[in-house]
Ligand binder design. Structure first.
Ligand code: NDP
Length: 332
């Protein structure tokens, strides 16, 4: 059997962490035949809760789980990890300005960048979940210059999956028959969930979503809004933010990255922009990507209509503004 892969989860005692670690230990992240060693990091005030999670992992007797490191020491947590899932961060509390959250989180990501660069495996794959996810990922990249930039990504797969889910509900199709939605840009309310290239498999034939739904007003209006505001709707219903769907989409993101996307299918990932589709360069922007042999590639050549291009530009500009704000926060 293969060597265990070391997987780090930061903020592991939090809500998403609690939903995510059993998925990893069950083989949902890397496959049912891939043993893992979990590295769980959290901050000192959460140390006892973290130990509780560790105890539950022991009690679950997961066959694939070959070891658990539970620590509040960043360097110890990063040691030798091949996958790093960055969930830890200050949640946005009521009354907090965007800039307050930004200041707290970008400084965390600046500090963790150095630890990752020094102690993680040289080819470690990183996915940032904590908000502002794109900008935190960018800060990680900027302060870990020796780290391969292509290995630093942020999560927009939950938004992508939400789009597939809405189309499935609307058309009555199984969600597994819906594919190739796109989340463009920032993981924020400026993101653009685009179904112009999405298709549904109907009796073995790929039918464009627009043809099947026959309601452009819904697709351009309510659908987009529902996807953008789904997080808030879940908080309202559950009184807690989405955790199981966030955790599940982290597994999808990493599994597709490592093991590849199926032929003819793309997924959405926040990756370092090369300027494709007029996106600003040098920000972490969500694009449609295909993955093969552990590498992502931005899907090229999709036709973007004028209305969509405007939305791509707006969310891109927000990322440029966030980047600027992040650097101001780091100076203070
Ligand atoms: P969650 O596990 O619910 O969320 C963690 C992060 O993920 C937040 O930044 C949150 O942003 C983001 N997030 C939440 N839902 C989604 C979603 N659906 N899609 C994408 N991103 C999402 O928060 P908890 O407070 O339960 O846990 C956070 C953990 O981090 C705690 O264990 C805490 O101790 C730890 N922590 C670590 C720090 C550090 O490493 N220095 C600092 C502070 C906390 P949002 O708030 O916008 O929802």
């Amino acid at each position: 059997s293969s060597e265990p892969v070391r997987v780090m989860v930061t903020g592991a005692a939090g809500q998403i962490g609690y939903a995510l670690v059993p998925m990893i230990a069950r083989g949902i992240l890397l496959g049912a035949d891939q043993p893992v060693i979990l590295h769980m990091l959290d901050i000192e005030p959460a140390a006892e809760a973290l130990n509780g999670v560790r105890m539950e992992l022991v009690d679950s007797a997961f066959p694939l789980l070959k070891g658990v490191v539970a620590t509040t020491n960043v360097e110890e947590a990063c040691k030798g990890v091949q996958v790093a899932i960055m969930v830890g961060g200050f949640p946005r509390k009521e009354g907090m300005e965007r800039k307050d959250v930004m200041t707290k989180n970008v400084s965390i990501y600046k500090a963790q960048a150095s630890a990752l660069e020094k102690f993680a495996d040289k080819d470690c794959k990183v996915v940032v979940v904590a908000n502002p996810a794109n900008t935190n990922a960018l800060i990680l990249k900027e302060f870990a210059p020796k780290f391969p930039a292509k290995n630093i990504t942020c999560l927009t797969r939950l938004d992508h999956n939400r789009a597939l889910g809405q189309i499935a509900e609307r058309t009555g199709a199984a969600v597994s028959d819906v594919k190739n939605a796109i989340i463009w840009g920032n993981h924020s309310s400026s993101q653009y969930p685009d179904v112009n290239h999405a298709v549904v498999n109907v009796d073995g034939k790929e039918v464009p979503v627009r043809e099947l739904v026959k309601d452009d007003a819904w697709l351009d209006g309510e659908f987009v809004k529902t996807v953008q505001q789904r997080g808030a709707a879940i908080i309202k219903a559950r009184k807690f933010s989405s955790a199981l769907s966030a955790a599940s989409s982290v597994c999808d993101h990493v599994r597709n990255w490592v093991k590849g996307t199926p032929e003819g299918t793309w997924v959405s990932m926040g990756v370092l922009s090369d300027g494709s589709y007029g996106a600003p360069k040098d920000v972490i922007y969500s694009f449609p990507v295909t993955c093969k042999s552990g590498e992502w590639t931005i899907v090229q050549g999709l036709k973007i209509d004028d209305a969509s291009q405007k939305l791509l530009d707006i969310t891109g500009q927000e990322l440029v503004d966030e980047k600027k704000l992040a650097y101001e926060c780091l100076k203070e």
